[in-house]
Write a protein that binds this ligand. Structure first.
Ligand SMILES: NC(=O)c1ccc[n+]([C@@H]2O[C@H](COP(=O)([O-])OP(=O)(O)OC[C@H]3O[C@@H](n4cnc5c(N)ncnc54)[C@H](OP(=O)(O)O)[C@@H]3O)[C@@H](O)[C@H]2O)c1
Length: 352
């Protein structure tokens, strides 16, 4: 585990080019795919942009060319080699088999397949070798956005000091709920400024000037599914079945980039200085840690950045024997939490 494939962090590779489809091309994540394909020079031979009937015929620009969005059907995948899905779990469940049958490898941004034993769940900086275990179903799952942001600094520390237990609290941007939710926050702010009543349609409560402690459905144990994902996915990605973890996930009125507070308890003692050294050497992580000078990662400054920022690194004084750390991490969830991670998986496949 842990060896990053050459080029997976954005260096240009000489790779064979592939026929690509994006399912959900008109959404918040779809938009990011198009921006990052161009920025990273993803070796695209042909590109198919798929969405629902609502958006069929819409024109989207990619690499200076106009593309027409097509309605997704089971016949959409003829000749497609890499199919990036980001249109919701039910769409992935319905159409991934058709894409696989047509010969595509599916890199799925939804939670549809993440918890199936034979489906790999991959963060290229953590478990790159799992990407090649897509098997007959030809599906690789991209993890939950908050889980990726939290695991990027957690995994290098786990490898060195042995993680026993993690407590994670999230501060999640509204774009995590999609393009319409992002537009809803902007509209609420415009309405407030104009003295008009605000409308709530997408988020469960008004998000402007508020925080909402419920993301995804509430499960039978009282946790939300978003919170359980941190445990389920953390164990699977890090191959760490005995990991104990708990989370509280909260939506905040931030447009983009998720923040997490982490309390990590290790097998071995670890000082903040040792942690900084480990994190400085970790791929995809940038240490921003001088709080007295106001140096720490924040959503506005991590937006549109590849790396997850980590700061506020300190000894957790509630854990005996210097075996605990507190961290604060921020990452652009539309990038490393979604499109960037998925593209890195594609690049990893093409690098072999
Ligand atoms: N936003 C994030 O930060 C984030 C991060 C990680 C993973 N994800 C996951 O990625 C997926 C998409 O999220 P998003 O935030 O991009 O949502 P979004 O902004 O609401 O976009 C949804 C996309 O799916 C398409 N779609 C909806 N119903 C469809 C159908 N019946 N057939 C074909 N396409 C359909 C939409 O097309 P139309 O234009 O036709 O409606 C749109 O392109 C979700 O599963 C989400 O959980 C999101």
């Amino acid at each position: 585990m842990g060896t990053l494939a050459p080029g997976a962090q954005g260096t240009e590779n000489v790779m064979r080019s592939v026929n690509v489809a994006v399912v959900g091309a008109t959404g918040a994540v779809g938009d990011e795919f198009l921006r990052l394909f161009e920025l990273r020079k993803y070796p695209i031979k042909s590109l198919k942009l798929l969405a629902s009937e609502r958006s069929a015929g819409k024109k989207l620009k990619f690499a200076g060319k106009e593309y027409t969005v097509e309605k997704l059907t089971a016949e959409s995948f003829k000749g497609v080699e890499h199919a990036f899905f980001s249109a919701g779990g039910s769409i992935s469940k319905e159409f991934a088999p058709a894409a696989a049958k047509a010969g595509a490898i599916i890199i799925d941004n939804t939670s549809a397949f993440r918890y199936e034993k034979e489906i790999p769940l991959v963060v290229p900086e953590i478990n790159p070798e799992d990407a090649f275990r897509y098997g007959e179903r030809r599906i690789i799952a991209n993890p939950n956005c908050t889980t990726i942001v939290a695991l990027m600094p957690t995994f290098p520390l786990h490898r060195k000091f042995g993680l026993k237990r993690a407590v994670m609290s999230s501060y999640q941007a509204i774009s995590g709920a999609g393009a319409q939710a992002m537009a809803e926050l902007e509209q609420q702010l415009r309405d407030w400024a104009a003295g008009r009543p605000m409308t709530v349609k997408i988020a469960p409560k008004q998000i402007a000037f508020n925080v909402i402690p419920r993301i995804d459905v509430v499960t039978d144990n009282g946790y939300t599914k978003e919170e359980m994902k941190f445990l389920w996915e953390g164990q699977k990605i890090m191959h760490h079945d005995s990991l104990r973890a708990t989370a509280t996930c909260v939506r905040v009125p931030v447009l983009r980039s998720h923040s997490v507070s982490l309390n990590l308890e290790f097998e071995k003692p670890v000082t903040p200085e040792q942690a900084r050294e480990v994190l400085k050497a970790a791929p995809g992580v940038v240490v921003q840690d001088d709080p007295k000078a106001d140096v720490y990662p924040i959503p506005l400054e991590r937006t549109m950045k590849n790396e997850v920022g980590v700061g506020r690194i300190r000894q957790d004084i509630s854990v005996e024997g210097n075996r605990g750390l507190c961290l604060w991490a921020v990452g652009d969830q539309l990038m490393k939490g979604a499109a960037l991670n998925a593209i890195q998986i594609g690049e990893l496949l093409l690098s072999k």
